[in-house]
Write a protein that binds this ligand. Structure first.
Ligand SMILES: Cc1cc2nc3c(=O)[nH]c(=O)nc-3n(C[C@H](O)[C@H](O)[C@H](O)COP(=O)(O)OP(=O)(O)OC[C@H]3O[C@@H](n4cnc5c(N)ncnc54)[C@H](O)[C@@H]3O)c2cc1C
Length: 501
C-alpha cells in the first residue's frame, strides 16, 4: 500500500457510503460528513401509522456491484443483505387495456407477444433488440465501467479508432443514434416500444434524445435480475453503514460542508457549515457535481463551467399511500402507461411542464414483504416523472391539482376505489427533492443523458482541475441509479487510492 490517506467524504448517499467503504477497506482513514440526520440520501424511509415506505429508489439492479464493494473488505454481501429476485420484473398496463409482464425469460415474452400480434416480426424484433442490448451491456463494461471517464477521450484511444475492432465496437454501440429510434426500427408495436423506451426513465431522460448505448440497461436488468432487499431499499444503505462502521469510518451527521479547501491546485480538506475545518489528503464529493463546483469550490478554481453545459435529469412527484386493501392484479413493480408516449415526453423534457396524461410507476412491496403494511393493507408508492424545476414553478400550489390527475388516472385505469382506501398519506414534490437532498433543480437522476454522441458521459470521478478531489454520485460518472452510483463511489475511492500509490 502507498501512503495512508486521510479522506473526507462529503455526503452520505449511496455513492458517498460506497466511496467511504472502498477507501476504508483499502486501509485509509475516512471521515464522512452528511448534512441530514440520516445516511443513504435519497434511499430514505418513511414510517407512517404502521406503514413503511421506501421514499426514493425501489428497483434494485446489478447486485454484483454491491457484492464487489463488500468483497473489497473481504465480506460476503449475503451476510449483510437478504435479497429476493422478482419475476415478473414489471407489470405493464397500457391505455388500450393490454397487460404485459416484463419477464426475464425470452420464451415467456414470445408467448405474450403472440397474444398481442399474429405477426412473428414482433418477437423477432424484440429478440434482435435484446441481442443488441447484450452487446451494449458488454461494451459498457469494457469502455465505461469501473474507471473514471468524463469524455470520449478518456475511454477510447482516438488515435486507434481506425483499428477494425474499435470501429466495430463503436458501430455496435450505435454511436450517433438515439435509443428511441433504435427501438422503433426493431419494434412496430407501440405498446412494446413504450415499454422498452422506459429503460431511459431509469436515467430520467427522453428516449428520443438519449444515446442508443443506454439500451444496455435492458440486458443488465434481464440477465442479472431485479431484486428486493428484505426490509426495503433502506436495507442497502443500512448494510453499507454497518460495513463502514466495522471498517472504522467516522460519521459526522447533521454536519453540512460549506467549502472544499484548495491550496496550490490540490484539495486540502473541508470547512463545515459550523465553521470547523478538517484537513484531508483526498476529498470525495457526493454532492451534485454542478453544485459542488458552483457552491463548494471557488468558480475560478476549475474549468468545469466552460468545459461542457449539462442539463438536469427529470424530477418527480412521489406519493406514499397507506391503503386498507391490497390489489391482487398488481405486481410488485407496475407501470400504468400514458396513452401517447411522445406527447408525455414532449411535455416533460421539451416543454418543461407536468404531463397531462402521465405514466405512473407503482410499487406494491407487500407482494414480497408483508411487514410493510398492517395485515391486508398496502404501502403503495406512486412515482410520476415531472420536468426538473423550471423558473416560476411553485410545487406547493401545483401539487394538489396534480395529485388529482394521478389518482383520477389510477382509479379509471385499475384501482376504482383507491381514494376511499387511503388510511394515511404523504408525498414528495420536485421542490422537496431539491431541498432534502440538495439536488440541482430537484433532479431525481442527476444529469440528463441527452445527446446522441456525448449523452452517456458525465463529469469524471477524478477532478481534471484539482488534485486530490473526486466525485461520486448520480451526477458523476457512470451516472444515476443505485448500481451506477455505488460503482461511482467505488471508482472515486479507487482513484484516490491509486493516486496515493
Ligand atoms: C423518487 C426516486 C425514485 C428512484 N427510483 C430508483 C430506483 O427504483 N432504482 C434506482 O436504482 N434508482 C432510483 N432512484 C435514483 C437513486 O435513488 C439515486 O441515483 C441514488 O440514490 C443517488 O445516490 P447519490 O449518492 O448520488 O446521491 P444522494 O442520495 O442524493 O446523496 C447525496 C447526499 O449528499 C448530502 N449532501 C449534499 N450536499 C451536502 C453538503 N454540502 N454537505 C454534506 N452533505 C451534503 C445530501 O444530504 C445527500 O444525503 C430514485 C430516486 C428518487 C428520488
Amino acid at each position: 500500500m502507498g501512503k495512508r490517506l486521510t479522506a473526507a467524504v462529503i455526503g452520505g448517499g449511496l455513492a458517498g457510503l460506497s466511496a467511504a467503504c472502498t477507501l476504508a477497506a483499502r486501509g485509509h482513514q475516512v471521515d464522512l460528513f452528511e448534512r441530514n440526520s440520516w445516511l443513504g440520501g435519497k434511499a430514505a424511509q418513511l414510517e407512517l401509522q404502521g406503514f413503511r415506505f421506501d421514499m426514493g429508489p425501489t428497483i434494485l439492479l446489478m447486485p454484483s456491484v454491491l457484492k464487489r464493494i463488500f468483497s473489497e473488505a473481504g465480506r460476503n454481501l449475503s451476510d449483510y443483505l437478504d435479497l429476493r429476485r422478482l419475476d415478473p420484473q414489471w407489470r405493464c398496463f397500457f391505455s388500450d387495456g393490454t397487460v404485459l409482464d416484463l419477464r426475464e425469460d425470452a420464451g415467456e415474452m414470445n408467448r405474450q407477444f403472440q397474444g398481442l400480434s399474429a405477426d412473428s416480426a414482433l418477437a423477432a424484433g424484440y429478440g434482435k433488440l435484446l441481442a443488441s442490448s447484450a452487446r451494449m451491456s458488454k461494451l459498457s463494461e469494457k469502455y465505461f465501467f469501473w474507471k473514471s471517464v468524463g469524455s470520449i477521450r478518456d475511454t477510447f484511444d482516438l488515435k486507434g479508432t481506425f483499428q477494425p475492432s474499435v470501429l466495430k465496437d463503436l458501430r455496435d454501440m450505435k454511436i450517433g443514434h438515439a435509443l428511441g429510434g433504435v427501438v422503433r426500427k426493431n419494434i412496430a408495436d407501440p405498446r412494446v416500444a413504450q415499454m422498452v423506451d422506459h429503460f431511459t426513465q431509469y436515467v430520467g431522460s427522453a428516449p428520443a434524445l438519449s444515446p442508443a448505448v443506454l439500451l444496455g440497461i435492458a440486458d443488465m436488468q434481464l440477465t442479472e435480475g431485479i431484486w428486493y432487499p428484505m426490509g426495503g431499499t433502506r436495507a442497502v444503505p443500512a448494510a453499507l453503514e454497518r460495513l463502514a462502521t466495522e471498517l472504522g469510518v467516522n460519521f459526522h451527521l447533521g454536519c453540512g460542508v460549506e467549502k472544499i479547501q484548495v491550496s496550490g491546485g490540490r484539495a486540502t480538506g473541508v470547512l463545515t457549515q459550523a465553521g470547523q475545518s478538517f484537513s484531508a489528503d483526498a476529498v470525495v464529493s457526493n454532492c451534485d457535481t454542478v453544485l459542488s463546483h458552483r457552491e463548494l469550490l471557488e468558480p475560478q478554481a476549475t474549468r468545469f463551467a466552460s468545459r461542457r453545459k449539462y442539463e438536469p435529469a427529470c424530477s418527480g412527484v412521489v406519493m406514499y399511500l397507506g391503503l386498507s386493501r391490497r390489489y391482487e392484479h398488481l405486481a410488485h413493480h407496475d407501470f400504468v402507461f400514458s396513452k401517447d408516449a411522445e406527447a408525455e415526453f414532449h411535455d416533460i423534457y421539451k416543454l418543461g411542464r407536468p404531463a397531462a396524461d402521465p405514466t405512473c410507476y407503482l410499487c406494491c412491496p407487500s407482494k414480497t414483504d408483508p411487514s410493510v403494511a398492517p395485515p391486508g393493507g398496502e404501502a403503495l408508492y406512486i412515482l410520476v416523472h415531472t420536468p426538473y424545476i423550471r423558473a416560476g414553478q411553485n410545487w406547493a400550489s401545483m401539487f394538489p391539482e396534480y395529485r388529482k390527475t394521478i389518482l383520477q388516472k389510477l382509479s379509471q385505469a385499475l384501482m376504482d376505489d383507491v381514494e376511499g382506501r387511503i388510511v394515511c398519506e404523504d408525498h414528495l414534490t420536485p421542490a422537496d427533492i431539491r431541498d432534502r437532498y440538495r439536488a440541482w433543480h430537484g433532479a431525481i437522476y442527476g444529469l440528463a443523458s441527452h445527446g446522441r454522441f456525448n449523452g452517456a458521459f458525465k463529469p469524471a470521478n477524478r477532478s481534471p482541475d484539482i488534485r486530490g478531489l473526486y466525485f461520486a454520485g448520480g451526477s458523476a460518472h457512470p451516472g444515476p441509479g443505485m448500481p451506477m452510483v455505488l460503482m461511482s463511489g467505488w471508482i472515486a475511492g479507487d482513484c484516490a487510492h491509486q493516486d496515493a500509490a
